[in-house]
Write a protein that binds this ligand. Structure first.
Ligand SMILES: Nc1ncnc2c1ncn2[C@@H]1O[C@H](COP(=O)(O)OP(=O)(O)OP(=O)(O)O)[C@@H](O)[C@H]1O
Ligand SMILES: O=P(O)(O)OC[C@H]1O[C@H](OP(=O)(O)OP(=O)(O)O)[C@H](O)[C@@H]1O
Length: 213
């Protein structure tokens, strides 16, 4: 019997995907927050979930280890999207990619064409494209977490990071100075899977599309 595998990350994406899965008649058998299982069955024998790191979702789908996945636009832009069909913006995990600096830092002066600053980020590709379009010279420092700390301890002048409520910036005396793009999560599909397993995948795509508010 043919079956489909959906790659999801724990936390907000899993939580916000549950109603979409429900609309497709799919109910996970375990909660990844409490279970250590990495492969989670569902009420449907032909659908299973694999729980992976948010940044690994596109890779699992690209290589066909998962047929479908849900990943943020931020993650997809860094991955590049090779081999992935992106049929749906699910409008979940909404936030924005921003430039932020310590309060009082004169970003307007530093960001004049020809200006040079040091920027810490996990989003090297998107940051590079943004600053290149502004004609700024930027030394990018790759971090994997807690970007907000970098300007506070002299590692960088600015950060490029995700902002939602702005609470993390405020708590660390930082301010947003530029929005780079709006972010939400998308459904991605392995291109070969879509051809070979269309009869299983299409109803899931249709149910998700119908459930997006
Ligand atoms: N504060 C936020 N509010 C809303 N959506 C967010 C927020 N932070 C991140 N996201 C979105 O949710 C996705 C998953 O974020 P999550 O925090 O679960 O993983 P992560 O910790 O960024 O990734 P990794 O585990 O690979 O380091 C991000 O790629 C982004 O698109
Ligand atoms: O504007 P806010 O509402 O404060 O959200 C912004 C924070 O959210 C994200 O981190 P996340 O919550 O994913 O942190 P974690 O990965 O450490 O859980 C992002 O990297 C910011 O630090």
């Amino acid at each position: 019997m043919s079956s489909i595998t959906l790659a999801l990350s724990k936390g907000r994406i899993f939580e916000e995907t549950l109603p979409l899965l429900a609309a497709a008649g799919i109910v996970p058998a375990d909660n990844p927050e409490s279970s250590r299982k990495l492969i989670i069955g569902t009420n449907r024998p032909d659908v299973r979930l694999v729980i992976v790191r948010a940044t690994d979702v596109p890779t699992y789908v690209q290589y066909g280890a998962a047929d479908l996945g849900i990943a943020g636009r931020d993650v997809l832009l860094e991955h590049g999207g090779a081999g992935l069909y992106q049929p749906l913006d699910l409008d979940i995990a909404r936030c924005r990619l921003c430039v932020a600096v310590p309060k009082g830092f004169d970003y307007a002066a530093a960001s004049q064409p020809g200006g040079r600053i040091r920027v810490a980020t996990k989003y090297i590709h998107s940051a590079k494209a943004h600053f290149a379009a502004k004609g700024m010279h930027v030394d990018l420092i790759k971090l994997y977490g807690s970007m907000e700390l970098a300007p506070l301890v002299g590692l960088a002048d600015a950060i490029v990071d995700l902002v939602s409520t702005g609470g993390t910036l405020r708590a660390n005396n930082l301010e947003e100075v530029e929005e780079i793009m709006q972010i939400s999560s998308r459904l991605v599909c392995n291109q070969a899977s879509l051809k070979l397993k269309r009869e299983l995948i299409q109803p899931v795509l249709d149910a998700f599309a119908g459930a997006i508010q």
